[in-house]
Design a protein around this ligand. Structure first.
Ligand code: NAD
Ligand code: UD1
Length: 335
């Protein structure tokens, strides 16, 4: 079994990926400092996969801790999820974001080099495209200056990996992952008031928040609300298995490859809200508010390169995402 280091593997996307890796016959080694996750996730993973994954509590900015993991396990590849991801917080605490996201990446790469590990899958974000002119975006869309320190850590991370061809990199630009494992045993655990749309919708529906504020209905879009490309977190998780296989098996590839991961479907805030109400038969209290600073009008992917090269395509529908998100929220409320 191939050992894969999964930094940030206790988090939202990491935990779902760990399940897919175990089911695909890989041996994930989770390395996470739990700054935005909880060890309860391990129970959920174990119940789905039938056994507990390897978990080491540690920080990617700590080279000695990283060395001890590479010494303990015959790691062949790394998937690097570990990062801080709150855009607003990155504006108020930029140094913390650069230290964690860039410092952590540099320490990880140095440790990989010390232990002769070359394959890495890097979590990037659609945020690197900023306010792109032409929709849907392809991977060769030029990247404008980042809109936030968080966004710039993703652009810089990509650049660092591109600059050093020792590393065999698959860089994945995630669009908007939502939903949860259909079992309801793992999902997203937003601490405090959610920043992102889907967890806010489920918490408002559950009565944990008074009402969702729709950030702006005066955008130049069909219904006036902003448009994104939401994808099921299980589809996204499966893309990581495809990326590892691509690194191992592709005969024709460059040292640095980048892929958009989305459905290619444009969905507005109102459309998501109404789909949630229809699918789950529950109203979502909401009001229209001002636009959120830094938000782009629309952003959705052309995901065809991932299909051609990785053999990956998002299969699950918006209804699946919203049903699974609600199922997970109900579990959290009843815990
Ligand atoms: P998450 O916060 O749920 O998971 C990140 C995990 O990394 C957490 O468990 C946290 O404890 C851990 N972590 C953070 N800093 C660490 C450090 N220094 N050392 C060890 N562990 C550390 O976030 P997520 O939504 O699962 O996102 C995973 C990755 O995907 C991140 O790199 C994020 O920037 C990127 N991304 C996420 C989204 C999204 O919508 N969720 C979109 C685009 C890109
Ligand atoms: C946000 C981040 C982005 C990050 C992504 C995934 C910002 C500016 N961008 O993107 O960098 O990669 O999350 O973590 O934070 N909305 C509401 N009400 C809410 C919450 C959101 O109307 O309470 C709207 C937003 O205006 C947006 C859409 O819902 O139009 C999606 O928002 P969100 O889930 O935060 O994702 P992004 O803005 O795409």
């Amino acid at each position: 079994m191939q050992h894969v280091l999964v930094t940030g593997g206790m988090g939202f996307i990491g935990s779902h990926t760990v399940v897919c890796l175990m089911e695909a016959g890989f041996e994930p080694v989770i390395f996470d400092n739990l700054c935005n996750s909880d060890t309860k996730v391990l129970e959920g993973i174990a119940r789905i996969a039938g056994r507990s994954p390897i978990f080491i509590q540690g920080d990617v900015t700590d080279s000695a801790q990283l060395d001890s993991v590479f010494e303990a396990y015959p790691i062949r590849s790394a998937i690097h999820f570990a990062a801080l991801k709150a855009v607003g917080e990155s504006v108020s605490q930029p140094l913390r974001y650069y230290r964690n996201n860039i410092g952590g990446l540099l320490e990880l790469l140095a440790a990989m080099q010390r232990h002769s590990v070359q394959n890495i899958v890097f979590s990037s974000s659609a945020t690197v495209y900023g306010e792109a002119e032409k929709m849907p975006v392809t991977e060769d869309t030029p990247l404008p200056p980042a809109l936030s320190p968080y966004g710039s850590t993703k652009q810089m991370g990509e650049r660092i990996l591109q600059d050093d061809p020792y590393f065999q990199t698959v860089c994945l630009r995630y669009f908007n992952p939502i939903g949860a494992h259909p079992s309801g045993l793992i999902g997203e655990l937003p601490l405090g008031i959610p920043n992102n749309l889907a967890p806010y919708v489920t918490q408002a529906a559950a009565g944990l928040r008074e009402a969702l504020t729709v950030f702006g209905d005066d955008y130049p879009t069909p219904d006036g609300t902003a448009v994104r490309d939401y994808l099921h977190v299980m589809d996204l998780a499966e893309a990581h298995v495809a990326a590892l296989r691509f690194l191992d098996e592709a005969t024709e590839r460059s040292a640095f490859e980048v892929f958009n991961l989305g459905t290619g479907r444009a969905v507005s805030v109102k459309e998501l809200l109404h789909a949630f109400e229809r699918v789950n038969g529950i109203p979502v209290p909401h009001r229209i508010g001002a636009r959120r600073q830094g938000d782009v009008t629309e952003l959705w992917a052309n995901p065809s390169l991932a299909e051609q090269r990785l053999g990956w395509k998002a299969e699950r529908s918006l209804d699946d995402m919203l049903r699974d998100a609600w199922n997970w929220q109900l579990r959290l409320v009843n815990q």
